[in-house]
Design a protein around this ligand. Structure first.
Ligand code: 9WO
Length: 252
């Protein structure tokens, strides 16, 4: 996957994309993520990227020309993008399914808005997808772009070293994760659940599965309707919720 990020804070975006699993995937050439400084596509001495809003009101709006030129330059260099994404609270909220679909695209352009937003003519013509990461206002699209690229990159084949991790993800899709523990076996009097020390992998698998279902019921009950459960698990869940088992504050 090739992605180009257009931003007025290239250093911020570059430093985040240099870290961890994503940074290593870039070094290995598994993904090609490139950060473009929007100001490089201005043509005035002050490298202006914003202007006052037509109609008045507070703040500034991102001018269309630099963004347009940036996308044109990227197209000339790399060929047309499969998607031009604008990070925006007006967009569809990012889901795992959307990240998965984007990880299969060859070429992505991600535009980060700043100020009061981007001139609507850019959104209407250049942009193919508006994506939000949640219902809150930020000061710009850079952190959302990094969230999107992180979610997308780890789904590109070969990025996550342990092929199992991403597969397990999709296997348990729709359920929350189980708890994790590492050494020591006892920390400040707090013990690791006995079953995890047992070496009995069948027992460990079923304990983890049970924990996933329980946590999802308790913390994100709205996910249960879509969760990938066996018929038996579904029956047990329905039995629990109709007997009011989840109403108790503590179980066990
Ligand atoms: C400001 C505002 C004020 C009142 C009511 C609604 C409002 N929405 C916004 C707004 O969206 N401001 C943006 C903030 C303008 C462009 C820079 N900002 C921003 C936020 N860029 N990207 C995001 C964002 C947030 C969450 N998910 C993706 C992108």
């Amino acid at each position: 996957m090739i992605a180009d990020v257009i931003t007025i804070f290239p250093d911020l975006v570059e430093s985040a994309l240099a870290a961890g699993v994503v940074g290593r995937a870039r070094e290995r050439g598994v993904v090609d993520l490139r950060v473009r400084d929007l100001r490089a596509f201005t043509d005035d001495r002050h490298r202006t990227v914003d202007d006052v809003p037509y109609g008045g009101g507070p703040g500034m709006v991102m001018k269309p020309e630099p963004i347009w030129r940036a996308v044109e330059a990227i197209t000339a260099e790399r060929g047309p993008a499969s998607a031009v994404v604008l990070m925006s609270p007006q967009g569809r909220t990012l889901t795992h399914a959307m990240a998965d679909a984007m990880s299969r695209l060859d070429r992505l352009v991600v535009i980060c808005g700043r100020y009061e937003g981007v001139d609507e003519r850019v959104t209407e013509t250049l942009v193919t997808h508006e994506v939000s990461i949640g219902d809150y206002v930020l000061t710009g699209g850079e952190l959302p772009a990094l969230v999107l690229l992180d979610a997308v990159t780890r789904l590109v084949p070969g990025v996550v070293g342990d092929a199992g991790s991403v597969e397990i993800d999709s296997f348990v899709r729709g359920l929350l994760d189980h708890p994790h523990y590492t050494r020591p076996a006892e920390f400040r009097g707090l013990k690791v659940p006995e079953v995890l020390l047992s070496g009995n992998h069948a027992a460990i698998d079923s304990w983890r599965r049970e924990q996933r279902i329980r946590r999802t019921c308790e913390r994100r009950p709205e996910l249960m309707a879509q969760a990938d459960l066996t018929d038996e698990e579904r029956r047990a869940y329905v039995a629990r919720s109709t007997t009011g088992a989840d109403d108790r504050t503590e179980e066990e």
